[in-house]
Ligand binder design. Structure first.
Ligand code: KIV
Ligand code: NA
Length: 272
């Protein structure tokens, strides 16, 4: 069972750790077998599970539902749950939202922003809730950014990122997550702060890496960002014409059509 102190130890000794998003018990169990270190119940479920085109429609109840499912399927990883859009804008909202996902089985919550989250981080820590702060490209602010773009691309923007990290770490954030920032900026954050830093599109110098599960399985159907690698296709050494999961669905469809499935060994037979 991975704890926060284990991840701190990993950072101290330079052992990189893995994180994947997960939303259900079956995949949570698969990640337990694979010994993935940390799981994020991301509000990316607004896209991957619910089919929206942003994370904005996701509710705290949605997050709690998926967190319960994941928790039942996995007893190994440290479990982090996102607080969704506008569910932590005031301190009472943040406390109530964090309570719901923590009671659903999360061991840490993640919120998107910068220095202005310091009070929220402090109040949650006092209440027993460890917080990861997500900086860089923060998808809940897509309408402020005007799209999904690389952040912290200038010296002054990188300095702003460092100042935001410092404010939330001083307030008690136990982890940072950097999305879509240049490798140089992520390296500065990783070396400056004592807390583990998880990256996505932030380069190799982060203490851990995270990917959206559907992305790393090639199930994003043409909406893949530069930082995504399809690890499922890698298992087939380029032999596969399409995604292996899609191939399995096709071959099932074909077998049913032609009557080669179910075969006798899949069938219960009795003399009547
Ligand atoms: O919701 C999510 O999946 C995330 C990751 C992209 C970091 O926040
Ligand atoms: Na998220």
């Amino acid at each position: 069972m991975i704890s926060l102190s284990k991840l701190q130890q990993y950072k101290a000794e330079g052992t990189r750790f893995s994180c994947l998003t997960c939303y259900d018990a079956t995949m949570a169990k698969a990640m337990e077998v694979a010994q993935i270190d940390t799981i994020l119940i991301g509000d990316s479920l607004g896209m991957t599970i619910q089919g929206h085109d942003s994370t904005l429609p996701v509710t705290v109840q949605d997050m709690a539902y998926h967190t319960r499912a994941v928790r039942r399927g996995n007893q190994h990883a440290l479990i982090i749950a996102d607080l969704p859009f506008m569910s932590y804008s005031t301190l009472p909202d943040a406390i109530d939202s964090a309570r719901q996902v923590m009671q659903a089985g999360a061991q840490m919550i993640k919120i998107e922003g910068g220095a202005w989250l310091a009070d929220t981080v402090r109040v949650l820590a006092q209440g027993g809730v460890p917080t990861c702060v997500h900086l860089g490209l923060t998808p809940q602010s897509v309408n402020v950014f005007g799209g999904y773009k690389v952040q912290a691309k200038t010296r002054s923007a990188a300095d702003q990122l460092l100042a935001d990290c410092e404010a939330v770490v001083d307030a008690g954030a136990v982890m940072l997550l950097l999305e879509c920032v240049p490798v140089q900026a992520a390296k500065e954050v990783q070396s400056r702060f004592g807390v583990p830093v998880i990256g996505i599109g932030a380069g190799l110098h982060c203490d851990g890496q995270v990917l959206v599960m559907q992305d790393m399985l090639g199930l994003n159907f043409g909406k893949s960002a530069r930082f995504v690698r399809n690890f499922l296709q890698d298992q087939f050494h380029g032999q596969q014409s399409e995604n292996p999961i899609v191939d399995a669905f096709k071959s099932y469809h074909q077998a049913v059509r032609e009557g080669s499935y179910p075969a006798p060994e899949h069938t219960f037979q009795i003399e009547l």
